[in-house]
Ligand binder design. Structure first.
Ligand code: AMP
Length: 187
């Protein structure tokens, strides 16, 4: 069982992934977390990506692709991955297909909460009245997400893997909904 969970920055996809990870003994692969760790550890890669990350833009597809391959190729995680924050654009979605095929795996569910995406952006715009750098970067992250994600959603719609979860629901209700999807696939 490999799962992709979509959601804009701050929409609680990390929290949802966490709940599902515990329940189904999966491994949460958060590319944002992996990248932040590289910066924290002051690795060469960390130096390379820190300015891009601080502006809210995407790190190069090659760098993130190499990072996730380490996990996809590792037998410990085989068919146990929740992709949180990957893919972020169409090239990454295609790369993920290729990598999974290379290691004899596939995606079983792609979960997206379309309503929350729209609603949360509106909420942010209303709530975030302060004009500081953080707000600017937060908005930039949303815009980057919005600009890149539509072709990814269309890509998964075509493959019939896409499950749209209820946008009005709370995080725990959404997590229950995703759990139900997993149970139904596990049979
Ligand atoms: P996140 O924690 O998922 O919101 O990601 C934080 C930041 O990490 C993003 O704004 C990007 O700069 C970078 N990042 C995370 N995932 C990816 C990805 N799949 N491709 C490119 N950049 C990414």
């Amino acid at each position: 069982m490999n799962i992709v969970i979509f959601g804009p920055p701050g929409a609680g996809k990390g929290t949802q992934s966490n709940l599902i990870v515990k329940k189904f003994k999966l491994y949460q692969l958060s590319t944002g977390e992996l990248l932040r760790q590289e910066i924290k550890d002051k690795t060469n890669l960390g130096d390379q990506i820190s300015s891009t990350m601080s502006t809210g833009n995407l790190v190069s597809d090659q760098i993130v692709g190499d990072l996730i391959e380490k996990y996809i190729s590792n037998k410990i995680y085989k068919n146990r991955l929740i992709f949180d924050g990957y893919p972020r654009n169409l090239a990454q979605a295609k790369n993920l297909e290729n990598l999974l095929e290379k290691y004899d795996q596939k995606i079983d569910i792609v979960s997206v909460n379309l309503e929350t995406i729209k609603k949360r952006i509106l909420e942010r715009k209303i709530l975030e009245k302060r004009s500081d750098d953080n707000e600017e970067i937060a908005i930039k992250r949303f815009e980057t997400y919005e600009n890149n994600i539509k072709p990814v959603i269309d890509f998964y719609k075509q493959s019939k893997l896409l499950k749209v979860v209820n946008g009005e629901a709370t995080i725990s209700e959404i997590s229950d909904e995703i759990s139900g999807l997993i149970e139904s696939i596990k049979g």
